[in-house]
Design a protein around this ligand. Structure first.
Ligand SMILES: [Fe+2]
Length: 523
């Protein structure tokens, strides 16, 4: 069953999911006033469950003056709304609070709560916590984006986190870093399958494939009770975009279904899309007015522009477009505009699927997801060239492999792998947090410098005015099979740099040195 945008909006409205933007909390604490004059939490009712905040806290979609704060309350009464008190402070001990207020959550949002903390200072670390039912959440740490002149940013990048396929040690190591401004998750945040279908290391909740809103909520709940994932959310603001498994495997064009959906037997596809979108909107700390429109842009001061695009948009919706494209007409137009107005030297496109085709010397080609829509890919690159953006970087999830690639249309002709002449962009694949890998073969590929499919990893993007470096950190695949962390911890797997203006990768001899002063972790 095909799903038009109008039909989707009607379904979301019917589910009560078309909420406006989250409520706000404006910072107003007066540094010079004795005490902060802000309300404090009191509770004289019966104590709520010990696990009232079993899903922890999260933050996301940071701006220079705002960030989304998230929690969920596990209440004994599934039908009653719950009051939730939120505090933000400059310090992890909450001696220096700058905002506090009470909100309500309840069954309509699956007891998830998002608040947009506003009027914050740029490039600043904050701490936050929630209280409800007499219980108080863990303390979260978050950070606003830098503004104005920025010398350096560091971004953690990850994707493909399959709970059933292994333990999330990768998230543990990511959470241990305190030298990142934010974390990007490029999709396949969760997987829809039931037990023993795509991983048998850990049992799934529910044990069957997720189909209904209750199923999707329960699967998110299981993931967010994982201590390593919860800790990674607690320590950093995240920016996320979905790939296919947040719906189900391989949606087909124009809202007509998916590889892993049997119409009728597994319900109505349009309904499944709607509940998948609603659950994502509830559980991820995103700031979107329409939960189906996930594309957005972030500016990291005058250094980096970061558009996040949704390549599933023209698949899970029926856009009614005669000529299919990678992004759909309205998202393409939006991205054209975002690129045209880029003033930063680094344009970093965050998205879920591979950008560069693998063209071997004998002419055989593995066509990338974007290669199936070469007009769309050309449009993005031409927009960047027209805007005279000196550096174009594509961040890619989905492939379960780390990859370091120069983007060129002519790898065996005008392109020179030694100098990068003829390259228009660089592409980094993040590898997988826990999803199964595969052989990473770069043989007979002029512009693919490295591929690793048998390590579990994340990457750190370190950007300065002069260069951008990508460093992958991880451990061998088999270490994900057991709950104990790999002996010896994680290691630096590889690094590649591109000098400003070069759009060409060169192997690094060491990981980028972390900054000297990093904020205190959330306690
Ligand atoms: Fe994946």
């Amino acid at each position: 069953m095909s799903l038009t945008r109008r039909q989707l909006l009607e379904r979301l409205a019917g589910l009560g999911a078309l909420a406006a933007l989250p409520p706000t909390l404006a910072a107003c604490g007066d540094e010079d006033a004795p005490g902060d004059g802000l309300p404090t939490y009191t509770w004289d009712g019966p104590l709520g469950p010990e696990g009232a905040f079993e899903h922890g806290v999260a933050s996301g979609d940071p701006l220079a003056d705002a960030v989304i704060l998230w929690t969920r309350v596990s209440s004994d009464d599934p039908s009653a709304d719950v009051d939730v008190f939120l505090e933000i402070a400059r310090d992890p001990a909450f001696a220096d609070r700058l905002a506090a207020a009470t909100y309500t959550t309840g069954p309509d949002t699956g007891f998830c709560l998002k608040v947009d903390a506003t009027d914050l200072s740029a490039g600043t670390t904050y701490y936050y916590r929630f209280s409800a039912l007499g219980r108080t959440s863990p303390v979260g740490r978050t950070r606003t984006l830098p503004d104005g002149a920025v010398d350096r940013v560091r971004v953690g990048v990850c994707s493909c986190s399959n709970y059933a396929a292994g333990y999330f040690h990768t998230y543990h190591y990511l959470a241990q870093r305190h030298d990142l401004d934010l974390v990007l998750h490029l999709g396949d945040y969760l997987y829809e399958y039931g037990d023993d279908t795509y991983g048998d290391i850990r049992p799934c909740e529910p044990p069957t494939e997720i189909l209904t809103l209750a199923d999707y909520r329960l699967r998110y709940s299981q993931y967010r009770r994982d201590p390593d994932l919860a800790e990674a959310h607690r320590q950093f603001p995240w920016i996320t975009v979905w790939d296919d498994h947040e719906f189900t495997n391989d949606p087909l064009p124009n809202g007509t279904g998916a590889e892993n959906h049997t119409e009728g037997v597994e319900g109505v596809w349009a309904d499944r899309v709607a509940v998948a979108i609603q659950a994502y909107d509830e559980w991820l700390p995103t700031r979107v007015r329409d939960p189906a429109i996930l594309w957005r842009v972030f500016d990291l001061g005058d250094l980096v522009r970061l558009p996040v695009v949704d390549i599933k948009y023209p698949l899970v919706h029926d856009l009614g477009e005669a000529v299919p494209s990678m992004l759909g007409a309205d998202q393409h137009a939006w991205l054209d505009d975002a690129i045209a107005h880029t003033t930063q030297p680094w344009l970093v496109l965050a998205q879920a699927q591979s950008f560069t085709d693998a063209v071997r010397q004998d002419g055989t080609t593995s066509v990338a997801a974007w290669g199936r829509h070469p007009t769309s890919r050309r449009r993005v690159l031409d927009a960047a060239a027209n805007a005279q953006i000196p550096n174009v970087v594509v961040l890619t999830g989905d492939t379960h492999q780390s990859r370091a690639i120069d983007y060129t249309e002519d790898p065996w002709g005008t392109y020179d792998p030694a100098t990068g002449a003829g390259a228009e962009a660089v592409e980094f694949h993040t590898g997988a947090i826990s999803s199964p890998g595969g052989p990473g073969d770069t043989a007979a590929l002029a512009n693919w410098f490295w591929a690793d499919g048998f390590s579990k990893m994340y990457l750190v993007l370190d950007v300065t005015r002069d260069r951008l470096q990508a460093d992958w950190f991880g451990y061998p695949e088999f270490a994900k099979w057991v709950p104990t962390r790999p002996e010896g911890g994680e290691s630096w797997l590889k690094g590649y740099t591109t000098a400003s203006g070069a759009n060409h990768l060169v192997e690094a001899t060491a990981p980028a040195e972390p900054p000297a002063d990093v904020p205190a972790p959330a306690p």
